[in-house]
Design a protein around this ligand. Structure first.
Ligand code: 3HC
Ligand code: NAI
Length: 654
């Protein structure tokens, strides 16, 4: 089998080229090829060596598919030490995304250049890991302790220009990177540039207190995750020990992370997310419809955020509202959200203004005559939605995709209101839609393959994580919320308090406990939905009696200042004895025996409820695979990534 790494002498420069699609990951074959090439360079006429990659990116990291399997020589840290020890000057030439082990390879080179669009970073923390091939030791030596802590604990890549400013990259090369890197290597040799080994540099001055500052910051931000804390320990070792001792520390903690259940869970999610983007039975070459402009019906909570998601990806949006006044209100919310993005440093003022200019408003459906896709986001009223789809059928050109953002309603019934059900699909965004990454793509019975393929690809373009769902009440995510919410109500009647339920779930890792979530969403939503149901359909009163009484008392949740909790002006929840009285009263009316409920039981029953419903969803074919459910819950419902999603967690707990 031919090696993915080739080596050739170009005049006086040895060029090591890696060509291992799709992302030049450091598989065993790549590591072996790199080792052979660097060794060959030591004994030939080369004066310097350039490491460059073919395809869309420089090495994007270790090969994650090899994790959890026995390690095969050469190990990456040893290989990188060999590269760094090279007697010939080594230049790394970066393009695309030089990540994790990929950027560690670049750090082992003596000089680094990059294409202007390149990005570098350490995403290991998102896999429950830390850089395990010297990244925690070499980065602080080049960029200082604080920059290393920021880069490695956040996992967020930075642009080549920024990397140059902090000393991680030496030169940006415009034009042909390979030719530019070779020419630069020649210049370095000609100017007598020294072999400059990162491991031999001193860590710039730093304040020792910084490590504890990051430890407490990360304890809040990455609750319960071990990798961030270990990263701080490794960087502290880099700053206080010899390079060799620091490397030993990094190896010890890297292996501890690799063997942890957290990393197994996060690696599962990495592949589950990528698998979720694939639709079983849909040919890879299914044609896609061009989407150059879109329309949105409804500029409320969701419409505004959805508009921003498209505008941020450079796609023009026409937003339709019911009146000029409603339109003005909707666009004002968009303005406010853009101001927020600027304030949080997500966009510059210019970027925000450029995106905002792509959103225009109208009260006339005729403005949608030329758009390629319309997303309806009006009130959750099935009859209203059907009326709007009948109108869209007339207003939109042939071939336009008609999507609904409904949370629960029957996409097939909505499609039937048009003369072109094959063009209709569900695009269920999550709130706030310009921030939340999940997109449930609801495939109707008649949705055409090219419509589905188009929407899946479009999701990626607007930086969402798509998961396909079949049609059922609530699709994947909201359908699972129903038994979860009912179980939370039973736990209250049996003896747990709202704060015990929420605290137990938050301590376990959920971003927010179930009762606080209900208060945030508004208790009136469930109340209104139940009003339309018969007693039979509503099920056991134990699962809804308490929230119904709270709504009847005017306690609608955060928006009315009270729900399961009392809220002050800053929306901080405090326990409320009036709620406990209602719970006690309902328990007694419905004959529920009160007892002590433990935190373990709360977690087991609530997560168990999610798992049981998830199994049904897979069995019915609503979700393509159980990993899709994990992606939905982690990206849309605050399930802790370090536990891999409800189905992964359930499978590993038997
Ligand atoms: N190992 C193995 N496969 C990888 C991989 C990796 N590091 N990175 C990506 N892939 C695979 C994906 O699974 C996918 O496979 P598929 O086509 O069969 O689904 C394919 O490459 C393309 O990936 P994406 O769909 O994600 O492509 P994008 O163009 O959207 O993104 C990327 C490219 C930014 C490189 C993204 O894939 C990514 O972030 N990859 C992971 C990078 C990473 O985590 N690196 C660190 C690894 S850990 C490490 O290096 C440890 C070291 O310190 C010792
Ligand atoms: P909202 O009440 O904030 O906004 C609805 C908007 O639609 C209002 O501005 C209203 O003026 C406008 N509208 C009503 N009839 C219209 C018509 N005929 N033509 C044009 N505009 C019209 O509602 P929200 O929360 O944005 O929800 C919209 C949809 O998104 C619903 O189907 C909801 O279930 C779904 N959804 C809501 C989520 C949330 O968290 N709020 C999350 C995911 C989906």
């Amino acid at each position: 089998m031919s090696s993915p790494v080739s080596y050739q002498l170009e005049d006086t420069i040895g060029v090591i080229s890696i060509d291992s699609p799709p992302v030049n990951a450091l598989s065993h074959a790549v590591r072996q090829g790199l080792l052979d090439a660097i060794n060959a360079a030591q004994n030939d006429a080369s004066e310097a060596v350039v490491i460059v990659c073919a395809g869309r990116t420089f090495i994007a990291g270790a090969d994650i598919t090899e994790f959890g399997k026995p390690l095969k020589d050469p190990w990456l840290p040893d290989l990188l030490n060999t590269i760094e020890a090279s007697a010939k000057l080594v230049v790394a030439a970066l393009h695309g995304t030089a990540l994790g082990g990929g950027f560690e390879t670049a750090l082992a080179a003596h000089y680094r250049c990059a294409a202007p669009g390149a990005k570098i970073g350490f995403p290991e923390v998102h896999l429950g890991l830390l850089p395990g091939a010297g990244g925690t030791q070499r980065t602080p030596r080049l960029a200082g302790v604080q920059a290393a802590l920021d880069l490695i604990t956040s996992g967020t890549p930075i642009a080549a220009g920024e990397a140059q400013e902090i000393g991680l990259i030496d030169k940006i090369i415009d034009g042909d990177l390979r030719a530019g890197a070779i020419a630069w290597a020649r210049e370095l040799v000609a100017s007598g540039a020294k072999i400059r080994r990162s491991s031999e540099q001193d860590v710039p001055e730093f304040d020792h207190a910084i490590f504890d500052v990051y430890r407490s910051k990360l304890a809040r931000r990455a609750r319960g995750q071990v990798a961030p804390d270990h990263i701080v320990a490794c960087i502290e070792a880099a700053a206080t020990m010899t390079f060799e001792d620091g490397m030993a520390k990094e190896r010890e903690l890297f292996m501890a992370c690799m063997d942890s259940s957290q990393s197994a869970a996060m690696r599962h999610l990495f592949f589950a997310e990528r698998l979720a983007a694939k639709v079983d039975g849909l040919a890879k070459d299914t044609p896609q419809r061009p989407i150059k402009s879109i329309g949105i019906i409804g500029g409320g909570t969701m419409g505004g955020g959805i508009a921003m998601s498209f505008a941020n990806a450079g796609i023009p949006v026409t937003m339709i509202e019911i009146s000029e006044e409603a339109l003005e209100r909707g666009l004002a919310i968009v303005d406010k959200n853009y101001a927020g993005s600027v304030k949080r440093g997500k966009l510059t003022q210019e970027q925000a203004a450029k995106c905002r200019a792509l959103i225009v408003g109208s009260v006339d459906y005729a403005s949608l005559a030329d758009v390629d896709l319309v997303i309806e986001a009006v009130f959750e009223d099935p009859e209203l939605k059907k009326k709007i789809f009948a109108k869209l059928d007339k207003a939109c050109k042939a071939g336009a995709i008609l999507a609904t953002n409904t949370s629960y309603q029957d996409v097939d019934a909505i499609a039937a209101a048009t003369g072109r059900p094959e063009d209709v699909i569900g695009m269920h965004f999550f709130s706030p839609a310009h921030i939340m990454k999940l997109l449930e793509v609801v495939r109707g019975k008649k949705t055409a393959d090219d419509v589905l393929a188009t929407v899946m690809a479009l999701a990626k373009k607007i930086r969402k994580v798509p998961v396909v769902s079949g049609v059922c009440y609530g699709f994947i995510g909201n359908r699972m919320l129903s038994p979860y919410g009912k179980t939370a109500q039973l736990l209250l009647l049996e003896g747990a308090s709202p704060q015990q339920v929420d605290n137990a779930m938050e301590a376990w890792g959920m971003a927010m406990g179930p009762l606080r979530v209900f208060d945030l969403a508004g208790l009136d939503i469930g109340y209104k939905a139940r009003e339309a149901l018969s007693d039979d359909e509503k099920g056991d009163p134990k699962s809804y009696r308490v929230p119904d009484l709270l709504v009847e008392m005017g306690r609608l949740g955060q928006k009315s200042g009270a729900g399961f909790y009392h809220y002050d002006d800053a929306r901080k929840p405090t326990p409320d004895s009036a709620v406990q009285e209602i719970i006690d009263q309902v328990a007694s009316e419905l004959g529920v025996d009160r007892r002590t409920v433990t935190d373990e039981e709360i977690v087991a029953r609530l997560i168990g409820a999610l798992i049981d419903e998830g199994k049904k969803i897979v069995a019915e074919g609503i979700a393509q695979r159980s990993g899709d459910i994990d992606v939905v819950y982690v990206y849309g419902y605050g399930f802790p990534a370090a536990r891999g999603g409800p189905m992964f967690y359930g499978a590993n707990r038997g």
